[in-house]
Design a protein around this ligand. Structure first.
Ligand SMILES: Nc1ncnc2c1ncn2[C@@H]1O[C@H](COP(=O)(O)OP(=O)(O)OP(=O)(O)O)[C@@H](O)[C@H]1O
Ligand SMILES: N[C@@H](CCO)C(=O)O
Length: 289
């Protein structure tokens, strides 16, 4: 049997709004079982996630090949839904990989990126799910380009609130325009962030992660725990704290050797949710046969 494995992703990293993302060591797996007369996807994600052809993974595959032969699929996911960890991107990439496997499309990573970005709308979650590691990406509504690079040794201390926040709701609070001064300050911080990552300078990269004015400024009211976590993390030696994707998950990037100690302090905050101590996933989409 063939198994498709896709990592979770964390988009934006502060000022890299819609253009920077990371793959994280949490996975969605989809095993392709026997052919049958209609689509069935077996999972334990609850009634809100369809088990038939309306499931996002199957819908994505059928968007590529409408007459794809139905199969029994077995899905397992460690990626929580609508929390800012790229669950929809992982499902879209799994759907593209499903069509690729069953339809013998022989797609390259670049082909998959073009398809995924058209479905998702922005590249910062789908690109790291395909390529792994630290990814910068751009999309002009015609073509997407992405570059993946290793991330410096670090742990992502990840707070996942109990409540969902849909990307659509979190994008609805963003303005249509913003002052040029704020745009220059934020895009220059994003540039330095990328250069710092490429140099392996986690401390500088982390400082730049806290210089966003593209989206966190407007989303703060939806995620009051962001400031609380940022203050506590900073006091205890974290390099930088940002809203993961559209939220509500918040990530503090910390040096590997200090991770356990900082996490112990963060866990004392009176917040409703759970903490994970995650590694950066160096690889993206994988097919196991
Ligand atoms: N494995 C899956 N199977 C089917 N549908 C899924 C799956 N994972 C996610 N989805 C769909 O995607 C929706 C969540 O998408 P949304 O873009 O709001 O959040 P996210 O992708 O988790 O976060 P972000 O894009 O901010 O990182 C879910 O409510 C569900 O409809
Ligand atoms: N860059 C996107 C990620 C969520 O898909 C956002 O912040 O809305």
């Amino acid at each position: 049997m063939t198994t498709i494995r896709v990592p979770a992703t964390s988009a934006n990293l502060g000022p890299g709004f819609d253009s920077i993302g990371l793959a994280l060591d949490l996975y969605l797996t989809v095993t392709i079982a026997e052919a049958r007369s209609d689509w069935f996807i077996e999972h334990e994600m609850g009634a809100e996630v369809p088990s038939d052809k309306h499931n996002l993974i199957i819908k994505t595959a059928l968007a590529l090949i409408p007459d794809l032969e139905p199969h029994h699929l077995i899905m397992r996911s460690e990626i929580p839904l609508a929390r800012g960890l790229g669950s929809s991107s992982s499902a879209i990439i799994a759907g593209i990989a499903l069509a690729d496997q069953l339809g013998d499309l022989d797609l390259t990573q670049y082909d998959m990126l073009q398809m995924a970005v058209k479905l998702e709308g922005h590249p910062d979650n789908v690109a790291p799910a395909i390529y792994g590691g630290f990814v910068t990406a751009t999309y002009d509504d015609v073509e997407a380009d992405a570059i993946s690079a290793p991330f410096p040794a670090a742990r992502a201390l990840t707070f996942i609130p109990d409540t969902e926040l849909l990307t659509s709701a979190s994008r609805a609070v963003l303005p249509k325009q913003m002052p040029l001064r704020a745009a220059v300050a934020t895009s220059s911080a994003a540039n330095v962030l990328v250069a710092a990552v490429l140099r392996g300078d986690l401390e500088l990269a982390g400082r730049m992660m806290e210089r966003d004015q593209f989206h966190e400024t407007y989303r703060e009211k939806l995620v009051p725990h962001l400031e609380q976590i940022r203050d506590c993390a900073r006091d205890h030696g974290a390099c930088g704290t940002y809203l993961s994707g559209a939220g509500p998950t918040v990530i503090s990037m910390v040096p590997t050797v200090e991770a356990d100690e900082i996490l112990e302090e963060l866990e004392k905050l009176p917040l409703n949710g759970r903490w994970l101590n995650l590694a950066i996933a160096p690889a993206g989409l994988a097919i196991e046969k």
